[in-house]
Design a protein around this ligand. Structure first.
Ligand code: SAM
Length: 122
């Protein structure tokens, strides 16, 4: 089977799409990555938002296998981005307290750089 035969494209809100996967894939997924925000050069009103991102992250934890990785890049420079990034941070801090390994990478810049979070499920 070629790689393309193993790919399924789903065009849906990330919270809904991931929630639907839980029943058949709980604790089975090795890696999930989020690149939040809007598509540069496209309609900026179509952007990820704090509430559904929080739901999508909660679904992701349930999908990940032990040792699986969750990577999230959050942008703070656009409208709604700061709130969303704070929501991601709160989720990551809580996940860390619950026992997961969490790292945060923030480039040195005075200009609200993006933040990369990497969680490894324990
Ligand atoms: C920074 S871009 C990343 C695009 C691409 N995934 C990548 O990594 O190059 C963020 C993308 O999230 C999409 N998006 C906005 N709201 C979303 C949602 N609720 N669920 C899933 N994706 C969403 C945007 O349309 C945009 O294409």
């Amino acid at each position: 089977m070629s790689l393309i035969d193993r790919v399924r494209l789903v065009s849906e809100d990330h919270a809904l799409a991931l929630r639907k996967l839980i029943e058949a894939n709980r604790n089975k997924v090795a890696a999930i990555t989020f690149n939040l925000g809007y598509l540069p050069g496209s309609d900026k009103s179509i952007q990820t938002r704090a509430e559904s991102t929080d739901e999508a992250l909660s679904a992701s934890i349930q999908l990940l296998t032990t040792g699986g990785y969750l990577c999230v890049t959050a942008y703070r420079g656009h409208s709604g981005g700061k709130t969303e990034a704070e929501t991601v941070e709160a989720f990551m801090r809580k996940s860390q307290i619950e026992g997961n390994a969490v790292d945060c990478y923030e480039p040195e810049s005075s200009n609200s750089p993006p933040i990369l979070w990497v969680l490894r499920k324990r």
